[in-house]
Design a binder for this molecule. Structure first.
Ligand SMILES: *Cc1c(COP(=O)(O)O)cnc(C)c1O
Length: 364
């Protein structure tokens, strides 16, 4: 027998792992610079590592109190009620919870193109259809209310990504409000702030308290360096709070993930350092890379290089793993995550060699 017809469901293709590439090139993994998945080059907070060690011997029990503690802690951080905080396995888990809570079969969601693949994947799992609004490379992926609303046709969920992956552009809070005001009462505007810590703009979370049609996604995967643990959350309108118990996968956020996230929240200096490095590195890449780049508020920079797949491939042969953006519908671009200062400098040097070489080949 077979699974159901999944031909509409495109598989998620993750960036390549360090081990995999090192083995392929026959080099040591420490010689590789991996800037393809927007991970934190500083690693997790030492406090989070200690919390993981400390709680390792208690993983025989279900994560009940740690989950409640984390929910309370996040609620306190943002000045919302604990019911409004939906802790989940990564922000991806929250996307699923919102899909479960919002979508009936044949509902539609509106997502950015280019954009983060999981919005559409989750919608399709829940038997919904996907519409897109275009963000145009020609105006630097600028996000405006007018642009989103011109594509809006009564969708149940509208996804906004700020900072946007892969471009790094942000959407002003006034535009979020304009969109929420202009869309139907039954439309939930979801603002994905997976990279919110790196941006110089305010979070949309206070809007969630003022209105009943905006939700915000946040994660510990990026600025907090806990991608491998899978822990994130959404902040939802008051009236949605009660739905959590009906839609969440029981205990999907693990004991170690909850403990590490709690510890990470008590170590703001780690996040500050991570943000500072990312801000330095995105400016360095913008200034030093021999290609057009887009202004980014995240921990990555999108660059227009001509043939993204050829550049990513040649970079890989030089030990630098970056993201070819063909799968985002941007075959002319690569996305470069910000690394440590040392790795960023070295990566840009090698990437400039690659760009010069490919240009010579093109001229020959
Ligand atoms: C990384 C990312 C996420 C969430 O990742 P998780 O690891 O599931 O928390 C969400 N949205 C965007 C745009 C991302 O880039």
């Amino acid at each position: 027998m077979q699974p159901r017809d999944l031909s509409d469901h495109s598989p998620y293709v993750p960036g390549r792992g360090v081990e995999e590439v090192a083995r392929e090139l026959g080099i040591d993994r420490s010689d590789l610079i991996k800037l393809s998945s927007n991970e934190n080059p500083h690693g997790p907070s030492p406090a989070a590592i200690e919390a993981i060690r400390e709680h390792a011997e208690r993983v025989n029990v279900y994560p009940k109190s740690s989950h409640a503690d984390l929910t309370d802690r996040i609620a306190e951080e943002w000045g919302v009620s604990p019911e409004q905080v939906w802790v989940s396995p990564g922000a991806d888990g929250s996307i699923d919870y919102l899909s479960r809570a919002a979508l009936e079969p044949d509902d539609r969601v509106l997502v950015p193109d280019p954009g983060f693949a999981y919005y559409a994947m989750s919608a399709r799992y829940h038997h919904a259809d996907v519409e897109t609004y275009d963000l145009s490379i020609d105006d630097g992926f600028t996000q405006t209310a007018e642009n989103v609303l011109s594509a809006y046709g009564g969708e149940r969920i509208v996804y906004l990504t700020s900072p946007h992956n892969p471009s790094g552009s942000v959407i002003p809070l006034e535009a979020v409000e304009t969109i929420a005001d202009a869309t139907a009462e039954e439309t939930l505007v979801v603002v994905d702030e997976a990279y919110g810590e790196f941006a110089d703009v305010d979070s949309a979370i206070p809007l969630v308290n003022d209105r009943d049609d905006v939700a915000v996604l946040r994660t510990f995967s990026k600025a907090y360096g806990l991608a491998g643990l899978r822990i994130g959350y959404s902040v939802v309108p008051e009236a949605w709070g009660e739905a959590y118990a009906r839609v969440n996968t029981p205990f999907a956020a693990s004991e170690l993930a909850c403990r590490a996230a709690l510890a990470a929240l008590e170590d703001p200096s780690h996040v500050e350092e991570s943000v500072e490095t990312a801000r330095w590195a995105r400016e360095y890449i913008d200034a030093e890379l021999d290609a057009d780049t887009f202004e980014s508020a995240g921990n990555f920079v999108l660059a227009r290089v001509g043939d993204g797949s050829a550049v990513a491939e040649a970079a890989r042969e030089r030990g630098v793993i970056i993201r070819d953006c063909t799968s985002f519908g941007l075959p002319g671009c690569v996305r470069i995550s910000t690394g440590t200062r040392e790795d960023t400098r070295e990566a840009v040097k090698r990437l400039n060699e690659v760009l010069a070489e490919l240009e010579l080949e093109a001229e020959a």
